[in-house]
Design a protein around this ligand. Structure first.
Ligand SMILES: *C/C=C(C)/C=C/C=C(C)/C=C/C1=C(C)CCCC1(C)C
Length: 241
């Protein structure tokens, strides 16, 4: 794909966040991959997953920023392809942190299914929004998607993930899970806000459709890099040298 850099306006925050988002994801991946050698073996997979999350996002941002620069439209398909890979990997992070305390594959699958539900419903809401926008459509699919989100939120704050974190013999694991749960509560809540800016959405009167991407780009940087850093600092502080 040929990037037409001449079309990037100076006053387009969406284009800005696509470019900075790309570079930030790229740099974070290099960081997580390089730092793997500093931590104990048992943390290496977690750091690998952190690097994969930002790495997969970097590749999609490379395409999404060009798509946006050339068309001025939301790269909805690329966005959801990215999330379909990266959100389950964030569930894997929860699983890896709680596995020593007894997390089962069943827990991992429940989280992955909930995220798939959340993303499929969100995709139908955005990709099949009728021309000009339809409030019933966006609200219906937004609410259905939120069920999956709330399930993950519940699991991280009160359910199995939280309980297993508390059982861990490393007290820093419980603390990190609490921080990640805050990311899911506050950082992930930015996405439904962005979603509501689509035509017909509840917030569509307060911004144009490109606001969707502004919110998604900011949220992605916070959540993907933030999640990785929480896992990274847990790994480093638990590694005795
Ligand atoms: C790296 C990407 C992440 C962490 C993406 C997370 C996405 C969400 C939490 C999306 C949630 C949505 C709702 C809760 C309702 C409206 C539709 C979505 C898909 C935007």
């Amino acid at each position: 794909m040929l990037l037409d850099v001449l079309t990037i306006p100076k006053d387009d925050p969406v284009a800005f966040t696509f470019f900075t988002g790309y570079m930030a994801m790229f740099a974070a991946s290099v960081f997580f991959f390089m730092e793997r050698s500093r931590v104990q073996d048992k943390w290496k997979t977690s750091l690998l997953v952190s690097g994969l999350i930002t790495g997969i996002a970097a590749v999609h941002y490379y395409y999404m920023r060009d798509y946006y620069a050339q068309t001025g439209e939301n790269p909805t398909a690329l966005r959801y392809i990215d999330w379909t890979l990266t959100v389950p990997l964030m569930c894997v992070e929860f699983y890896l942190l709680t596995k020593p305390a007894g997390a089962t594959k069943g827990l991992l699958w429940k989280l992955i299914l909930a995220s798939a539900w959340m993303l499929v419903a969100g995709y139908i809401g955005e990709a099949f929004n009728p021309e000009g926008g339809d409030t019933t459509h966006s609200v219906t699919w937004g609410v259905l998607s939120t069920i999956g989100y709330v399930y993950i939120l519940y699991t991280a704050w009160f359910g199995e993930v939280k309980q297993l974190g508390d059982k861990s013999d490393n007290p820093m694991v419980a603390k990190s899970i609490r921080t990640l749960a805050w990311f899911v509560l506050v950082g992930w809540a930015i996405y439904p806000i962005g979603y509501m800016f689509m035509p017909g959405g509840w917030l569509s009167g307060f911004g144009d459709p490109s606001s969707v991407d502004l919110f998604y780009n900011i949220a992605d940087a916070i959540n993907k890099i933030g999640f990785g850093l929480v896992v990274y600092s847990l790994a480093v502080s638990s590694t005795k040298d």
